[in-house]
Design a protein around this ligand. Sequence first.
Ligand SMILES: Cc1cc2nc3c(=O)[nH]c(=O)nc-3n(C[C@H](O)[C@H](O)[C@H](O)COP(=O)(O)OP(=O)(O)OC[C@H]3O[C@@H](n4cnc5c(N)ncnc54)[C@H](O)[C@@H]3O)c2cc1C
Length: 348
Amino acid sequence: MKRIILAGGGHAHLAGISKGALSSLADSEVILISPSRYQYYSGMFSGFTEGIYTEEEIRIDLAALAEKHKFTFSEEKVTFISAAGKKVHTDSGNQYAYDWLSIDIGSSQKTASSILPVKPNYSFPDTIRSFREGRSPVIAGAGASGVELSLAAAAYRRKSGNRSPVTLISGGSLLSPSHSDRLQKICESKGVRVLLNKKASLSSAGAVEADGERIPFSDLLWLSGPEAPALFRESKMRVDERGFILVDKQLSYNESIFAAGDCASIDCYPKLPKNGVYAVRQSEVLWKNLYRAIQGEELVSFKPQKRFLGIVSTGDREGFLTYGGLHYHGKTAWKLKHAIDRRYMNSF
Ligand SMILES: Cc1cc2nc3c(=O)[nH]c(=O)nc-3n(C[C@H](O)[C@H](O)[C@H](O)COP(=O)(O)OP(=O)(O)OC[C@H]3O[C@@H](n4cnc5c(N)ncnc54)[C@H](O)[C@@H]3O)c2cc1C
């Protein structure tokens, strides 16, 4: 009997499990270790923020999934990986020996006492309940998550009769240079105050410094992009210059460790964006290779697609759809996003 440890209930692991990946692993014991019983789906964070989805609708119950697919779920956090000794250590003091280890623990975020946590993702619901009610909420960082959450919080505030704006500070353009002007107009028409091309830093308690301007806040989200979990450096594993575990295009770290999703950087695709779309795409290769490694077969390679369809919810059941340099804004985009997200959640 071989033991496979899955560290982290992230999208790359779960997408495979829901497609029956475990059923192809004969004569093996699978243990999923993740610090919360629930994995929250970030694709539906904006809808939750706005009040469209309930907490139940945006999360996957890992214990129930374990029962359905006959693996063991253990609610713990992996704190150390001994690649040489083939063991993982957890915050409960347990040690698990493994034959194969697959890592999908996601990314971390900038931390400070005044920044509300959104990572790990189970901290999101409590954070956003406080943020959306705040007197003067501020988001630093205007990638997809910053734009989407500022618009969702503004929509929630409008519906609850709160007219004070949400402030969004962007170090450059909104989302990307080709979509920025259009998104800025949408933001401003929907109660988001945009500060464009301003480099934000944390100054005194209760304020952000944006190129000399002091922006006081009641609640602060810092969505400047993923940061590496400390686990890999602490475990003295091979990492890229930011601290993400370094794997090859077969998502392999060595002959018994694989990693995928935000936590991993692929050596030949160092600029690959870290988002849920790529985590789910890597899932297929990850599970194929776990199976092939166990069978002693040749591994397959991950090849990222060049473009992907992106849909940012803009509040009021409208969405901003992008594909390369093209965009469309309206109700149809939101309906498409809603259908994709619902289908994903229903697959569990
Ligand atoms: C506010 C926000 C909104 C976003 N919206 C979108 C979006 O609409 N579309 C999109 O594509 N991307 C979006 N993203 C990015 C997306 O959330 C991530 O890229 C995606 O979740 C990465 O998936 P993953 O499988 O790598 O990890 P995650 O989904 O982050 O899952 C990691 C899992 O590992 C667990 N874990 C963490 N540490 C440990 C540990 N030490 N030991 C064991 N388990 C651990 C966590 O609890 C979690 O269950 C958003 C991000 C944020 C912050």
